[in-house]
Design a protein around this ligand. Sequence first.
Ligand code: BG6
Length: 491
Amino acid sequence: MSPSIIPVELFDLVVFGGTGDLAKRKLLPALYHRDCDDQIPDESRIIAISRSELDKDTYANLVRDALQEHVSEELIDDSVLDRFLGRLDYVSLDAKADAGWSELGTRLGGHDDRVRVFYLATAPGLFGEVCRKINENRLNTPKSRVVLEKPIGRDLASAKQINDAVGKVFAEDQTYRIDHYLGKETVQNLMVLRFANTLFEPLWNATAIDHVQITVAEAIGVEGRGGYYDRSGALRDMVQNHLLQLLCLVAMEPPTSLTADAVRDEKLKVLRALKPITGSDVSKKTVRGQYKAGASNGAAVPGYIDELGSDFESRTETFVAMKAEIENWRWAGVPFYLRTGKRLATRTSEIVVHFKSIPHSIFPVGADDVTENRLVVRLQPDEGMELSLMVKDPGPGGMRLRPASLNLSFAETFKVRYRDAYERLLMDVVRGNPTLFMRRDEVEAAWTWIEPVINAWQEQREPPKPYTASSWGPSAAIALIERDGRTWYEV
Ligand code: BG6
């Protein structure tokens, strides 16, 4: 086996949005962890950018606090922490104005031979402008890369606009569109499960599979991100990217290799084969919901509108359930049910592959009484896989059948700390490996499928269906799957 820590080249990472929520919660903790594993070369630097007038030391203190909040206590090592804080630099700059850019140029100057990463953890409306300024100030070196956080736009036209603006400065192979779900351990394991085992692939099609469910449920609400979320909603925030990427990895044909384009070509084919949801199908195949006040473990949980602190009735959806169909030979007639929401009963993300029932029963019970096989791929919180099989109930009493599970918990089996997706993805950017990032055509194909649903929802002018916080969403989501004679897998 190759070593688990693969060294990366010397780099300078420039984080636009350096004082923002994503930087504090995810990017800086991820980089700190990489430093703990000695993966960050000695002279590498992290240059944070934001509009606030801070000096380097104040910024380092802010990062120290953020790490203390977002890294578990036992993983804080004072000597690594000091080394990590020593890598930080800070430049105050407003992306829309000229001031500050020459200072950034000065800090970067003389290091054109290093890998240079521009991480745009800002509103997508700024991506084009930041790239234009990077170009104007001649900061785009041959070893530069740009990382774009989602959402890339809010519809197809705005996504194209952003991609065009970024594309004027950075070539496609310098552009890393991040979807952190692709960096999750179990998501990668999906590829290993499918393509490093002979067991499943012959069955991975409409002949053996009845349907697939993909659930990404969150127990949290909008967590102070109401301003962004209310303009976005669950369809744009989660389905257009994370859930569709999961669907692609389940449904794609085996790529010829793990190279970026081989994998991305196959995912793109899936996105293009998605049956458009238009007209009256929108009400039949999609459900949008919004949480109302409820309770969790005896404590009151506010509704969405209260959490926003808004004095108007927002119609933004915090829950989506939908039925997707893939029009190709492998998946004809196999629905993919997708569901995601905030303030659901529990935090869980999983992919459930339901196999077909047996064609005939030789047992005392009928074929319908034999529970179908099911493969559950758990992404979080307890990463693992579970395969349910029928077995004989032990002991006397004749051939009594019952379902039982083969359960693989990665935490118990491997006893290692599970790396956050951003740790892997950030190092992949430095390495120049875009396999786990979205190519322009993928993002645009995903918008092409999502957009008619957004438009139809807007035209219908119906408010989202209410659901109680800490429940499993509106009853219409249950009806959506039950109309097809199926039920949501119970967590
Ligand atoms: C982000 C969304 O992309 O993913 C958030 O913007 C969501 O709204 C988050 O909470 C979920 O990520 P994870 O890794 O916690 O499942």
